[in-house]
Design a protein around this ligand. Sequence first.
Ligand code: ADP
Ligand code: MG
Length: 265
Amino acid sequence: MTDRVIVSATDLVKVYRRGTSEVRAVNGISLQISAGEYVAVMGRSGSGKTTLLDLVGCLLRSTSGELAIDGTSVIGASESSLATLRRERIGFVFQEFNLIPTLNAVENVQLPLRYGPRRPDGRQRAEELLELVGLRDRMRHRPTELSGGEQQRVAIARALINEPALLLADEPTGELDSATSTALLAMISELNMQRGLTVVVVTHDPGVAGSAQRVIRLSDGHVESDVTADDPRFRAVLHGESTEAVGHPGRRLIARFVPRRGRRG
Ligand code: ADP
Ligand code: MG
């Protein structure tokens, strides 16, 4: 890990207005993510995970606060410079694979190149990335001829075509069975370790988050806990337990007998 800071957020706020009511989906989040980190973002449904990821990915503009991506402040940046930043520095993977059904795998992977400067080696790079994600034999297949897990691999290769500094994935295994999810996450983890890719994954699956080196748990739009894997609270945060309980047997006992509300989300 280097000291290069890829994400730097300070007091980030996003308020959605619906008629007369306001939702503070992200309510004052400050965090830094350095190059090479693998971070899982967890929290109940509605806790602000997607909003945070979309802010970091410059798909949304914040209501207030500071945000810099790879050293570039995005607050007040023009639409066109945000588009360039997204294209050059950020790769996105969503729960739905969002592939173009009429294009085959290698064409789908090349798609983001259409919006940037011409790269004569585009096709070759797309093929290399498909090999990297284990789809050497599926390059000419269209999405309908691929399984869910294979489609998500194509989406990951597409996210990597512009060599981003940051890979953002919002519940990437949400539509996959558990064996496929495990394989996909192992692949993302390998990309992080072998290529030093900075990864932020939103998930509600402790099995998924357990392969990350850091877990950030959100609650009502703020950071409830932010722990690295070497922290004794890591497992508790992973499983959504109150970290205050760690080291306080009385509270831990209470936590065991008082049923919690649903944790998924
Ligand atoms: P999560 O991904 O953790 O489920 P979200 O970031 O999607 O949470 O949502 C956080 C809160 O913001 C929720 O209360 C949600 O209803 C609200 N919200 C999300 N998107 C919008 C939107 N486009 N307009 C209004 N409210 C929204
Ligand atoms: Mg979400």
